[in-house]
Design a protein around this ligand. Structure first.
Ligand SMILES: NC(=O)c1ccc[n+]([C@@H]2O[C@H](COP(=O)([O-])OP(=O)(O)OC[C@H]3O[C@@H](n4cnc5c(N)ncnc54)[C@H](O)[C@@H]3O)[C@@H](O)[C@H]2O)c1
Ligand SMILES: O=c1ccn([C@@H]2O[C@H](COP(=O)(O)OP(=O)(O)O[C@H]3O[C@H](CO)[C@@H](O)[C@H](O)[C@H]3O)[C@@H](O)[C@H]2O)c(=O)[nH]1
Length: 437
């Protein structure tokens, strides 16, 4: 099948590459000339495990193409995916300008029946808006389908190739048939394609993200309570997570959720609710708690250094909003960097993949280190913001010999408390006993 994907960012590139992998011919369209030039020359634009190999193979086999021209990209396409940004507007609602602009441009370009699929995360009612925008210029029949994407960055290829489920919102039998054929290779293990109306599909995406953000936030509050009551959040997490009604996943406490999705989608659902005259109280609480959770360790750091961080060197391990990605959108690390710089600390940072992106945002306000040890050299403390696997079992002998102080503030609960006691470290984590060295 000939497919077009409009918007070639984290979702568009994974979507395009994975559909090419199952034999479709895919053209990805983007307005960013530099991005398209890079992709056309066979170089990948994001770090996403496993993607580069599929990308190379499908380019070589002549199934994956890139262009800046919408007209060229959608030529002969039976399915046109919109994987465009939907950032928060000033009022918190998802800004639909990118989606609606492309919809408007698409109308006159359609030459034959096509299914236009909205993969961006959009508020309820957007499919109808897209339908109307396309209809202004369209001279042929078309359908607009909602097909929200549930992939996680860092495991995007796996999530896309083996989704828990595929949600398709459409009332058109013709579009349903096309979508069934497209997704057949991805649901061979019995994972379902769940068909529903467009509005329900749009809301499903916000409900899923908001539920997961709530689950994490609930556990963050339990962790905060553990600190006050002398309980251990790891034990509590295991104790509750083994109840199959609750589930083990997304119960890990830390310095808040970040990324390009949870923060903006919780906010957008709260705004949609408000617009519908419904006060979604849980969401307001989730946003409030997450805001303060991000800098939860800062008061401990200040207290440890007697309220004065001026001239103290802190090594920051991990900058991306989660491991296995170079994405730093809404990364908790950035909020902590901001706070620590305000206090006069000197920061030496290390991240395996996202330092170039951080440089673009904060430039030389911090020192960039090639390895976690280079960052830790002569530091007064280590601050862990992201749980990259390589931080889990560092060489503690080496660390102890290069650090000025054996102090770790861990926003992701990486280390065993008894081990840290044995190693003689001062160790602060989230929802667990403080080890005083
Ligand atoms: N990132 C994720 O993990 C994820 C997962 C599921 C859903 N989503 C949703 O998918 C959508 C896209 O997210 P993303 O992270 O891929 O965004 P992104 O910013 O990485 O990519 C969007 C791309 O669209 C391009 N673009 C903008 N206007 C365009 C136009 N007129 N024509 C062609 N291209 C244009 C941009 O240049 C950019 O490359 C959002 O709605 C997001 O909420 C994201
Ligand atoms: O137990 C947990 C799990 C996650 N997080 C944090 O939550 C954020 C989001 O993590 P994750 O959901 O793994 O990554 P995303 O790539 O943001 O994926 C989410 O957002 C995507 C965009 O909408 C959806 O498609 C995915 O289903 C949804 O999981 C990160 O900051 C994590 O550190 C925790 O603090 N504790």
């Amino acid at each position: 099948m000939k497919i077009a994907v409009v918007g070639t960012g984290y979702v568009g590139l994974v979507t395009g590459t994975c559909f090419a992998e199952t034999g479709n011919t895919v053209t990805c369209v983007d307005i960013d000339q530099a991005k398209v030039d890079k992709l056309k020359s066979g170089r990948i634009t994001i770090y996403e495990p496993g993607l580069e190999q599929l990308f190379d193979r499908n380019i070589k086999q002549g199934r994956l193409f890139f262009t800046t021209s919408l007209e060229e990209g959608i030529k002969d396409a039976k399915i046109i995916f919109l994987a465009l940004p939907t950032p928060p507007g000033a009022d918190g609602a998802a800004d639909l300008k990118y989606v609606l602009k492309v919809a408007e441009d698409l109308g006159p370009l359609l030459k034959d029946y096509a299914v236009v699929v909205d993969k961006s995360t959009v508020p309820v009612g957007t499919a109808e808006k897209v339908q109307k925008k396309i209809a202004v210029g369209a001279k042929v029949e078309f359908d607009v389908v909602s097909n929200p994407e549930f992939l996680r960055e860092g495991v995007a290829v796996d999530d896309f190739m083996k989704p828990d489920r595929v949600v398709v919102g459409t009332n058109s039998p013709k579009a349903r048939k096309v979508m069934e054929a497209l997704y057949a290779p991805f649901v061979r293990q019995g994972n379902p394609i769940i068909f529903m109306d467009e509005r329900s599909a749009e809301l499903t995406k916000y409900a899923a993200n908001s539920f997961l953000a709530t689950k994490i936030t609930f556990m963050n509050e339990i962790a905060n309570l553990c600190e006050l009551l002398g309980a251990d959040v790891d034990s509590v997490r295991k104790g509750v997570g083994t109840d199959s009604r609750i589930g083990k996943r997304f119960l890990f406490p830390g310095i808040g959720y970040g990324g390009s999705c949870f923060p903006k989608d919780v906010q957008a659902l709260a705004k949609s609710s408000e617009d519908a005259n419904y006060e979604f109280k849980i969401l307001t609480a989730v946003m409030d708690v997450n805001e303060s959770q991000k800098t939860r360790l800062i008061p401990h750091i200040k207290k440890y250094f007697n309220g004065n961080l001026k001239g103290k060197t802190i090594a920051i391990w991990g900058l991306s909003f989660k491991p296995h990605t170079d994405d730093i959108r809404e990364a908790p690390s950035l909020y902590n960097i901001d706070e620590l710089l305000k206090e006069g600390a000197i920061l030496k940072v290390h991240d395996p993949e996202s330092m170039d992106n951080v440089k673009k945002v904060i430039g030389d306000k911090v020192q960039y280190s090639h390895t976690p040890y280079e960052a830790a050299q002569d530091a007064d403390a280590i601050f862990i913001a992201t749980e990259w696997p390589e931080f889990r079992t560092p060489d503690f002998d080496k660390l102890s010999s290069i650090l000025k102080n054996k102090v770790i503030f861990d926003g992701r609960n990486l280390y065993d408390l008894n081990f840290m006691k044995e190693q003689g470290y001062v160790y602060y984590s989230i929802g667990r006993e403080v080890i005083h060295g």
